[in-house]
Design a protein around this ligand. Structure first.
Ligand code: ADP
Length: 236
């Protein structure tokens, strides 16, 4: 049997709106298995980020069950959720979110400090992650000296350095030109295939969708279609 990465059951998310409330996710059930490369796709406001936030323990559902890597993220305290994110998940965002005063090496090392890894373990893991992403030569640079493609590689190295089973990537190519977007997608797909890391994207970008093997279409907070497809290969 394949390993279950997450299982969401009958999730509702309501936000206060004026006198009433707005339902951003409606009775949504979704699961993902180990080593999947999948994306949430849908119009702006369809609930993609809200769903990623719930899976990542950044927000809680109003109703429903959310088991992520065996843990019940719907019922965690804020502190437990922060711990869970730091230890178990990788995040990649469109604006990279690198810490400007630290070097590339220190940015990638950061998650391992939170995990309280030894210095020797940190150095080995950071070096490996930088080599994986082809950016070992950038180790001592500050983020403001990096191009967009380099910055996103650093962000991916930071996500992968703790070898999470699941990486959540919210519009990771939104600030990249077409050539960089393809390169970044090929890199993530290689990590997915070689390390077995599961990726869940949120995206509007056709270039991202081309590499996905599963597309979950959201509309008005509901799953409209959950589609398996043949992805573009990384050598194309
Ligand atoms: P998407 O990522 O697909 O663009 P979102 O998940 O960001 O969609 O938003 C889904 C809906 O929920 C939108 O209508 C948005 O305005 C609403 N929403 C999201 N976050 C909040 C919030 N914190 N408070 C109120 N409404 C919100």
């Amino acid at each position: 049997m394949k390993e279950e990465i997450f299982a969401l059951k009958h999730i509702y998310k309501r936000f206060p709106l004026g006198e009433g409330e707005f339902t951003a996710l409606k009775d949504l059930s979704l699961s993902m298995q180990a080593a999947e490369f999948a994306g949430l796709v849908g119009p702006s406001g369809s609930g993609k980020t809200t769903l990623l936030n719930i899976i990542g323990g950044l927000d809680q559902p109003s109703e429903g069950e959310a088991i992520v890597l065996g843990q019940d993220v719907a019922k965690m305290s804020a502190k437990a959720a922060a711990n869970f994110r730091n230890l178990e998940l990788g995040f990649i965002f469109q604006q990279f979110n690198l810490l400007p005063v630290y070097t590339v090496f220190e940015n990638v090392e950061f998650p391992l400090l939170l995990q309280k890894k030894s210095k020797a373990e940190r150095q080995k893991a950071v070096k490996e992650a930088l080599e994986w992403l082809g950016i070992a030569h950038l180790a001592n640079k500050k983020p403001d000296k990096l191009s967009g493609g380099e910055g996103q590689r650093v962000a991916i190295a930071r996500a992968i350095v703790k070898r999470p089973k699941l990486i959540l990537a919210d519009e990771p190519t939104a600030n990249l030109d077409a050539a960089n977007a393809h390169n970044i997608m090929r890199l993530m797909r290689r990590l997915n295939q070689e390390l077995g890391t599961s990726f869940l994207f949120s995206t509007h970008d056709e270039k991202v969708m081309a590499y996905l093997e599963r597309i979950i279409h959201l509309r008005d907070g509901e799953i409209e279609k959950d589609e398996a497809k043949t992805p573009k290969t990384v050598s194309e």
